[in-house]
Ligand binder design. Sequence first.
Ligand code: NAD
Length: 376
Amino acid sequence: MDWNYQQPVKIIFGNGKISALKEVIAELGETDGILICSRSFRKSGLADKVIVEAEGLLTAVYSDVSPNPEVAEVDACAELMRAKGSKFVVALGGGSVMDLAKAAATIATVDESISLYHGTGKALPETFLPLIAVPTTSGTGSEVTSVAVLSDHETGKKAPIFSPNFFPAYAVVDPELTYTCPPTVTACSGIDVLCQSIEGYWSVNHQPICDALAIHAAKLVFEYLPLAYTNPYDATAREKMAEASVIAGLAFALPKTTSSHAVSYPLTNLYGIPHGEACGLTIDYFAKVNAQLETDGRVAAFAKALGFADAPAMAEAITALKKQIGLRTDLVDLDLSDAQLDELVQLSHHPNLDNNPVKITDDILYDLFGTLTKKN
Ligand code: NAD
């Protein structure tokens, strides 16, 4: 088996590491940076704290960031960066903030809209501003990946853009920043960590380094996500989930995600189900299907590496975990019509589906959505 591994992001991990931001910026050797964060961090005072700690090196702030960030928000942020002459970017937030920042950091260097590159396959310009990613959820792992997932509400399209430009220069991972995540954000982002580990492992692009990372991250999620959900100030649980998140990011960055992520995009776009919850909704189903149809036993091997008897036992444990942390296990409440189910099946044929270890046919997708919508 041939494989390559490359990871260009410098990772700085530990409680209180946000206070090292000034030294990190000094290493970059730039001035006049922009802080990109969610509106809630301007209200909570965290944005001001970071600006003060940067001692004059952050001269602009952009905080108009929606969950599932919009192409129009990327363009607005890039316009502000051009106007302010920003030379580097600090992204303080969850996957939404980091993804918007990645795209804006490239598009700000040219006078274009990100729409030209969103879902079009057109290669991004080669120029970009350096990015320091500071995740506040555990999480998407976006701080170590070269992908930005953006939405275009006009066309109804949510799609990832890949570019080597998008790798942050630094990831400052401070678990204490996640303490303020409400339980629902902890649950949704935490189940995303599990999906990324599992999908990175069973992806057709799997490789040994990412395999080892995926097993490590998934074990941590099973142990610590319920604790972080129940007690947001459990320092060990938050630290271990932050570790799981960044390691799961490394685990899927090269193999890429598969079936659960492919199916999640229409569930988020059409029905507003948060990203992680939408991915988690189908991961137990796909664990069973993949284990049943695969020929190389990798799903069973992953389950055993985590201490489960087999893949169905792992799937049961995932379902139990979702119930424990208040996540959806079905779509019954949406009362979907046949036409809506047809649409979901059609839109689930996202390119990520091709990374799945077994072919996911329409029959399988109808069975999946039939199971999720079945009224008892
Ligand atoms: P998010 O960034 O959308 O944040 C969810 C909510 O939590 C927001 O309202 C945000 O303001 C709030 N929040 C974040 N941190 C907080 C904190 N510390 N305290 C209080 N509130 C906080 O959620 P997410 O799950 O981190 O990111 C989801 C997005 O990331 C989706 O768009 C998804 O498609 C994308 N994603 C990207 C990658 C990648 O590698 N680029 C991977 C997976 C998912």
